[in-house]
Structures are given as C-alpha cells and as structure tokens.
Write a protein that binds this ligand. Structure first.
Ligand code: NCD
Length: 304
C-alpha cells in the first residue's frame, strides 16, 4: 500500500502530508502530459450518489493517465442503492471486491467515513454532504501555490455559501496549517460554522467576518467564490431569500488588488459575471486543470 491509506477529511492530514501531496502533484504535471504506467493493473471504482462533472471526470482522467482503469455506474438511479434500496454498507462491501480504491460522493455528512469503515480497500472522499470535500481543498491549495508562488503570507477571502458549501469547509480547515489572513464573506444566513471559525482562530490566524462582498474583495490576494447550494436548503423559501445576493460583477474588478486571483470550485450559477472570464483575474478554469494532477498525486500516494 502507499504512503496514504484513506483520504476522508482534510483534518486527517498534517502540513507535511499536504506539502507532500502538492509536491507530488507538481511532479505529475509532466506525467499528465506524457502519460505513464505507474498504476498499470489498478482499478478505481467511482461511487457517485450525487451529480458531478469535474470531480468524477478529473479522477477518471487522473487514473487513466497513470495507466489504471476505472469503473462506476453512469447514474445512481441505475444502481441497486438508487433503484432497490441497498444500504451503503452493502454497496461498499460489494464494490471493494471489484476495485483497488473507491472514490465516493454521497449526500450525507459522514458517509465517506462510514464507507471507509466497511471497506478493506482505501476510500477517497469526493464530497460528503455539506461537510467536506478534501480533494477539492488540495487542488485549491495547489492552484494557489502555483499561481501566487506560495500560500503563506496571503490574504484569502472565502465568499458565498459558507454554511452549506463543503469545499470552503475543507479549504478553511486546510488553511489552519498555513500563515494566512482570512476574510469570511457570506449572507448572515449562510455564515461559516462557529466550530470552523474557532479552529481558524485557534491556529492563530487573523479572521474577519463580513456580510457583503465589497468588504471582502478589496484587500484579498485570492477571492474564492462559491455557489449558493440550493439543493441543501431544507426550505426552498430560505434559498429564495438569499439567491443572487453574492454576485461578483465585472464592474467590481476595479476594486481588486492588481494581482488578485479569482477561484471557484464550479459549477457557477450567477455569482460570477461571465465577462470576468477573459480577464487576468479569472483562474477558475486553470483551477479545473489542477484537479487532474492533484488527483494523480493522491491516487499514486495511495496505490503505489
Ligand atoms: C463542488 C461540490 O460538489 O461541492 N463542486 C466540485 O466538486 N467542484 C461545488 C458545488 O457543487 O458548488
């Protein structure tokens, strides 16, 4: 087995682990272009119980570029979990017999941890409810380090749905390992969990909480925008009350620091004006590309 076993929560990783993954991802830039046979004969199963474009396809692309193979159902509705009521435990106990690693995305908090308990093979969390999305946090860190030279010393603004957005939960927890200044910008109803704010403060970071976008973007080196997570609201009226509240407009760019970069895990709805896409601030499609090398590094460290 590899250096890592499971990847369930970003909190399971130390700064050294994170730096090791990012360094390996840098080495993977060349491997990604040339392809390799490092994981020849290995099989990755994708168990996606929620929609996905980037996470699933970049995991598959990563595995294929390393010479491995992939399997998974096209849609949860055609699996026994979706169509016949099979439990997560039984699905995992089955799939672990077909694959060397399981990549799981599931709507329930804690689901990846449960899957890891039932699996004898490694499990990678590709999004567990509103809770965590550790591989996204790693590719976000990789993008920041590559685009800004380093992570330490930066002012990072996390903006949008900080309550239900799992990417910002994992990213904020990862940033406790770095020396950064943080602004948390969200509508009051979608504020970051107090436990995560407490962790950021406990790590000695300077944390500012604001309820508007203007206040967040002026001093930031990295503006991390997120989608308001419509599907996670218990009551759609609560979503209607906040939708469209946090939109970065083209005109807002004049407020930004000259070298500020804008990231977004994607998909976007209306929070990023498409006219921003062609400006030097827009880095979200380069961030997508970072998903492949980061996931190549993770698969290699787990399976090699
Ligand atoms: C995110 C997710 O699934 O949490 N997407 C992704 O993996 N890049 C963000 C989102 O859905 O808004």
């Amino acid at each position: 087995m590899g250096v890592l076993h499971n990847l369930i929560s970003i909190q399971d990783l130390t700064r050294e682990d994170i730096d090791m993954i990012l360094d390996r991802a840098t080495e993977m830039e060349e491997v990604a272009a040339l392809r390799s046979k490092i994981l020849d004969g290995k099989i990755m199963a994708c168990l996606f119980f929620e929609p996905s474009t980037r996470t699933r396809l970049s995991f598959e692309s990563a595995m294929l570029r390393l010479g491995g193979s992939v399997l998974g159902f096209a849609d949860v509705g055609v699996s026994s979990a979706g169509g016949k009521g099979e439990t997560l435990a039984d699905t995992i106990r089955t799939v672990e017999r077909y694959a060397d690693v399981i990549v799981i995305r599931h709507p329930l908090d804690g689901s990846a941890r449960v899957a890891a308990e039932f699996a004898n093979c490694p499990v990678i969390n590709a999004g567990s409810g509103a809770e965590e999305h550790p591989t996204q946090a790693l590719l976000d860190l990789y993008s920041i380090r590559k685009m800004k030279g380093s992570i330490d010393g930066l002012h990072i603004a996390l903006c949008g749905d900080l309550k239900y957005g799992r990417t910002v939960h994992s990213l904020a927890m990862a940033l406790t390992e770095y020396n950064v200044e943080i602004t948390l910008a969200a509508p009051e109803q979608l504020a970051m969990k107090p436990s995560i704010i407490a962790e950021l403060k406990r790590a000695g970071l300077s944390v500012r909480v604001v309820n508007d976008l203007d206040g967040a973007i002026r001093q930031a080196d990295v503006i991390y925008m997120t989608r308001i997570q419509r599907e996670r609201f218990p009551d759609i009226r609560e979503y209607d009350a906040v939708k469209g509240r946090f939109r970065l407009k083209y005109e807002d760019l004049e407020l930004l620091k000259e070298n500020a970069i804008i990231l977004h895990p994607l998909p976007r709805v209306d929070e990023l004006d498409p006219r921003i896409d062609t400006t030097p601030h827009a880095k979200y499609f380069d961030q997508v590309e970072a998903g492949v090398v980061t996931r190549m590094a993770i698969l290699d460290l787990i399976l090699s």
